[in-house]
Design a protein around this ligand. Sequence first.
Ligand code: ATP
Ligand code: MG
Length: 344
Amino acid sequence: MSRKILLSGIKPTGRVHIGNYFGAMKQFVEMQNDFESYVFIADYHAMTTVQNKEQLSQGIIDIALDYLAIGLDPKKVVLFKQSDVPQVHELTWIFNCITTMPYLMRAHAYKDAEAKNKEINVGLFDYPLLMASDILLQDADVVPVGQDQKQHVEYARDTAQKFNNIFGSTDSTGSPRVSSPQVGKENGIFKIPEPFILKDVETVPGTDGRKMSKSYDNVIPLFATYEEIKKAVMSIPTDSKGVDEPKNPDESNIFAIHKLLLNDVEKEALALRYKNGGLGYKEAKEGLIASLEAFIKPIREKRAMLSGDLETVFDILKEGGKRAGMRAEKKMEEVRKAVGVSVY
Ligand code: ATP
Ligand code: MG
């Protein structure tokens, strides 16, 4: 049996953080042996917010280094940048035409931006359909993401179903075979993807307790220096409980981050120290700093080494782009036939 297909991506919108890692990137590494994997740099997605040439270029290079430093193996994973697969825009247009505005208006990201009275560009509004195209063009079965992206994967599922229903499936020559909705669902051009979200991670909180996010100033960078780790951890607000007072670990942001770095036994032991009293916030923070440094140091060093040979990194991306692009083109040929623009 052929292996299931995994696809996921990260936007080059700033330094990746431990929320990105535990929410998504770690799964890419752990799953690369068992899945046919496609992992990309979502550079065109980033343009909804990053509109600066140097920043975008540097961001792309940074994510490529990040992926390699955490252990993605280019022999196992097709690593590429979204902009090397221009077919996604062609498909996005087709999806635009079968999607209603009210449906897109229900997207959390759009509603948030609207609630905050932000100026909303068309790219942000259309974001779920560009993401659907990324996923569906590669025939992904699973999409490992953080909880905040669950709705976007649902958009991809709905859009695949809608397309399959409208345009039916095709036979091996690409000509439309059926137009019945039932058959379209099970046997359509697009596979229906599943999100893959780890229950015990879901959303990693930032130093201020909100979702850790590149766009907020609340991150612990995944490749932080020791000084940066210290500064970020020290900025976590705490209540006024004294050293001896018992504390509820589930209410502590320090613990919420620390537990990601511990095995079950260690997690239990630390939780008990919170509950029993005697653990002050200063010591709790020092413990978190030590755990973070132990985890980050080796990958930080690996990343520094990789950054000395960007040519190799670019070659990996170019090769990945070719492979992902070939698959996308094959899929688009089917799509063009199905919608009717392929007349010769
Ligand atoms: P931005 O603020 O630009 O949206 P981000 O930090 O949310 O940046 P993304 O590039 O949007 O990062 O997301 C990359 C992946 O990391 C996605 O799968 C997303 O679900 C996951 N992710 C982001 N933040 C968190 C978090 N705090 N906890 C768990 N997963 C997260
Ligand atoms: Mg995000």
